[in-house]
Design a protein around this ligand. Structure first.
Ligand SMILES: *[C@@H]1O[C@H](CO)[C@@H](O)[C@H](O)[C@H]1NC(C)=O
Ligand SMILES: *[C@@H]1O[C@H](CO)[C@@H](O)[C@H](O)[C@H]1NC(C)=O
Ligand SMILES: *[C@@H]1O[C@H](CO)[C@@H](O)[C@H](O)[C@H]1NC(C)=O
Ligand SMILES: *[C@@H]1O[C@H](CO)[C@@H](O)[C@H](O)[C@H]1NC(C)=O
Ligand SMILES: *[C@@H]1O[C@H](CO)[C@@H](O)[C@H](O)[C@H]1NC(C)=O
Ligand SMILES: [Ca+2]
Length: 527
């Protein structure tokens, strides 16, 4: 019975009861009409929508079959992992199943038979959707929690990663960080990344199995221990820079760095009792819909917001077509209690039909031209409707006009190009000898050195002569006795002095002449 209650409590989403409707039909003095509010989807258990990846390849046990022991009874090694036998296999999906019959099912790694090489494993969870955490992340380890691990997160579908929390039985030793507790954080440090020793100590593998990322404790800094004062939390989320993003993820990664030791040191003679086993990863959160949706559905393998307020996109992150007369904005929790919808407005409704494709939220009437034009176009756009790209930028053909990425910088090579403008496909105009879309390459028969210069020598037409070698197309390195751009010239022909000491026909003739002169001086020879 207790178990059932615990289960029920566990399944209940964090009740907030606020911002759960996007609009309502109200009657005012002017008759009935829609009223719009900031709204967000309910929190839910996210593990059903995740894709998981475990690295490195071969880290999952059972291929080949392997035996393992437990810390409690290290000499009774009767447990077996065999990937080819469904009853004995421990694949990653067992971290996300619902253990209805109460029996723990778990992913398990190979044992630490390669000790002292570290036993490393990454478990990466991806949602392909921004998610706002609303409750603790809880990772359950069977057979002991890691003595060192790290939690990382990504906000951009795995392109970049950031540390989220460090875990170690000795933070100083493992990460050179002092151990801290989330409970001790203050309002100004609520989004600090810290190292905790609370979840890494050995307490018997059956007793303390969970490792947490404490979302509730961080919320409690603002909302009080029972999370009763959610208004204060929402106000803070709206105003404190980076706080909302701190609780937002698209991906999570557990980096398991050292398994449970069951004691203070590793017993080399029994490495079969060291491994990782994860039976459950609980992530509770809601789809991030920028306060423009109260429903989030699982479609074609991905979570997707059911956008209201005439917004669209996976996170309701932009305005629908024909509703782009002002820049898209996220809804706001403020003012309490219903927030601001910050809905997108139909073209023509707000500014007398001046479409700015969301790159400006200001229009101005120019008297002598009798036109309305957008002011201060953003995102490197320009023009009456912000429909062109600024000089030095070109149109991104895969982006729509209202996309923030619609204009791409030309990025012409400063030395190789004539100016920093480019054509519609991003090609720059090159100086003589330069080529490539950005003019950072040289045509054949040119070499690059702060610009493109015609080759002085090469292997075809401009061969170095008399055994000279061509150095980077810039000059011939001539053998002794030759000079000239292509070593085509003998030094003796150019300057007689160079001939001394150089074995050539000329020098031997002059040596003979010199000898004759000497003999003559001595009076031995009479010419
Ligand atoms: C785990 O991921 C990190 C990046 O977050 C990477 O540097 C590391 O090599 C990965 N480890 C394994 C065992 O794949
Ligand atoms: C991620 O979601 C987007 C939008 O729903 C979808 O177009 C895309 O195919 C998804 N990518 C993957 C890898 O599932
Ligand atoms: C969105 O556009 C529809 C018309 O298509 C309009 O009836 C509705 O009121 C608009 N909603 C908001 C929040 O502006
Ligand atoms: C072009 O626009 C697409 C769609 O927004 C975007 O994904 C891509 O990054 C943009 N390309 C560049 C080079 O900015
Ligand atoms: C841009 O310039 C490149 C190179 O000169 C050319 O191949 C391309 O067709 C040009 N694109 C347009 C749209 O003019
Ligand atoms: Ca399980």
């Amino acid at each position: 019975m207790l178990y059932l209650v615990a289960l029920l409590l566990h399944c209940l989403p964090l009740v907030m009861g606020q911002y759960d409707i996007c609009k309502s039909w109200v009657t005012t003095d002017d008759g009935p009409s829609w009223e719009f509010y900031a709204c967000q989807p309910k929190a839910m258990r996210m593990k059903g929508y995740v894709t998981v990846r475990v690295d490195p390849a071969g880290i999952t046990c059972g291929d080949p079959p392997e035996r393992f022991c437990t810390h409690e009874n290290p000499y009774l090694c009767s447990d077996e992992c065999d990937a080819s036998n469904p009853d004995l296999a421990h694949p990653p999906k067992l971290m996300f199943d619902s253990e209805d019959d109460g029996l723990a099912t778990y992913w398990q790694s190979v044992t630490w038979r390669r000790y002292p090489e570290p036993l490393l494993a990454n478990i990466t969870l991806s949602w392909n959707k921004s998610i706002e955490l609303t409750d603790d992340i809880v990772i359950t380890f069977e057979y002991g929690r890691p003595t060192i691990m790290m939690l990382e997160k990504s906000l951009d579908n795995g392109r970049t990663w950031h540390p989220y929390q460090y875990y170690a039985d000795d933070c100083m030793e493992a990460f050179s960080m002092p151990a801290r507790r989330v409970r001790d954080l203050s309002t100004t440090s609520a989004n600090r990344v810290l190292c905790t020793e609370e979840y890494s100590r050995w307490a018997g593998s059956k007793k303390e199995k969970t490792v947490r990322f404490e979302v509730r404790d961080r919320f409690a800094i603002f909302a009080g221990p029972e999370l009763k004062n959610m208004d204060n939390l929402y106000t803070r989320l709206e105003s404190a820079k980076g706080l909302k993003d701190f609780f937002t993820v698209t991906d999570l990664r557990m980096r398991l760095l050292r398994p449970a030791l069951g004691g203070t040191y590793v017993q080399r003679e029994n490495l079969y009792k060291y491994f990782y086993a994860v039976s459950n990863i609980e992530v509770t959160g809601r789809c991030k819909c920028n306060l423009h949706a109260n429903l989030c559905t699982f479609k074609e393998g991905s979570l997707q917001c059911e956008c209201e307020h005439n917004t669209t996109g996976q996170d309701c992150g932009k305005c629908k077509k024909n509703f782009r007369s002002r820049s898209w904005r996220a809804g706001s929790y403020l003012p309490l209690p219903n927030g601001s919808p910050n809905a997108c407005a139909a073209a023509g409704s707000a500014f007398g039909n001046c479409e700015c494709y969301g790159h400006s939220n200001r229009c101005s009437y120019i008297d002598f031209l009798n036109v309305v034009t957008c002011v201060s176009c953003k995102h490197n756009t320009r023009g009456q409707h912000c429909q062109h790209c600024r000089l030095g930028f070109y149109r991104n053909s895969s982006a729509e006009l209202d996309d923030e990425n619609v204009c791409i910088e030309c990025n012409c090579n400063q030395i190789g190009s004539l100016h920093d403008r480019c054509n519609e496909t991003g090609y720059c105009e090159c100086k003589e000898g330069a080529t490539g879309p950005k003019c950072d390459d040289c045509l054949p028969n040119y070499y690059w050195r702060q610009g493109c210069y015609p080759n002085v020598c090469d292997d075809e037409l401009l061969l170095c002569q008399n055994g000279g070698t061509c150095y980077q197309n810039q000059r011939c390195i001539c053998p002794v006795g030759f000079k000239g751009v292509l070593c085509q010239q003998s030094r003796c022909e150019a300057d007689k002095k160079d001939c001394d000491g150089v074995p050539s026909t000329h020098s031997s003739v002059s040596a003979i002449l010199l000898g004759v002169l000497a003999l003559q001086l001595c009076g031995w020879v009479d010419l």
